[in-house]
Design a protein around this ligand. Structure first.
Ligand SMILES: [Zn+2]
Length: 249
């Protein structure tokens, strides 16, 4: 079967505002540009810009961080999709990072996909307020409000977020997608085993990280989604009471 792959963006004209916009999939483009779609659906934010950062093809899925969640059609959007969202918060309150994956079908291990890394910028409204806390005294809190909000003292800000989009590929696999976990645990001397894990993603074709741990810093976990191959492995080095190397290739 001859299937055309689109490496860059294609241009379409919006039925509502008449402006040109970019899209990144095959076949007929959507009727409206991202901005008009957001307006029509009264979304809490408006897409300002969507950009393709990287494109990888022929990637065989070896492991995923969690199960797909099915998102049914809603409003003007008549297609359903599947998503995976992982945040560092799953490994502890002191956390960093978030990875969003979107797909047209719930891909399984062994499936071969293309992966687009996208960056999207949303315009949102933000209201700052002060809150009293026990631990830190008065802190400034930022509340996100819908773009349609008529509240006073709100700021328009642009928030940028990256995500991955998987699509089925007909290419022969040349690399693997893995989800790897590196776990570090320290104890007061003499109480139980302790070990440290360091993650080296420099050699990977692509990688996206999250991390989280307990506030004391005694337990810390890093989760990595990585595109790897023989020549481009992901290496997790363990030292302490558990020693060794986990190599993903
Ligand atoms: Zn438009």
């Amino acid at each position: 079967m001859d299937r055309k792959h689109i490496f860059g963006a294609r241009v379409a004209v919006c039925h509502d505002c008449g402006k040109k916009f970019l899209f990144y999939h095959e076949g007929t483009p959507q009727k409206r540009c991202p901005i008009c779609t957001d307006k029509k659906q009264a979304r809490p934010s408006i897409v300002q810009k969507r950009e393709l950062l990287n494109f990888y093809d022929g990637i065989e899925i070896v492991s995923l961080p969690t199960k797909w969640v099915h998102v049914p059609p809603e409003g003007e959007r008549d297609d359903s999709f599947f998503k995976i969202v992982v945040k560092g918060s799953q490994y502890g309150a002191d956390w960093n990072g978030r990875i969003d994956i979107f797909a047209s079908e719930p891909f399984e291990n062994g499936d071969v996909v293309s992966i687009r890394e996208m960056e999207v910028q949303h315009q949102i409204k933000m209201k700052k307020r002060e809150r009293q806390t026990m631990k830190y005294g008065v802190v400034e809190v930022e509340d996100e409000l819908p773009i349609t909000s008529t509240e006073n003292d709100v700021e328009n800000i642009v928030r940028s977020r990256r995500y991955l989009r998987f699509e089925r590929s007909e290419e022969l696999p040349t690399a693997h997608l893995v989800y790897a976990i590196a776990y570090t645990k320290t104890t007061i001397k003499g109480f139980g085993r302790q070990f440290w894990a360091s993650v080296n993603t420099d050699t990977c074709i692509g990688s996206w990280k999250i991390s989280g741990g307990v506030r004391s810093g005694r337990a810390h976990t890093t989760g990595v989604i990585a595109i790897v191959s023989n020549e481009h492995p992901l290496i997790i080095t363990k030292t302490g009471d558990i020693e060794g190397e986990d190599i993903y290739e």
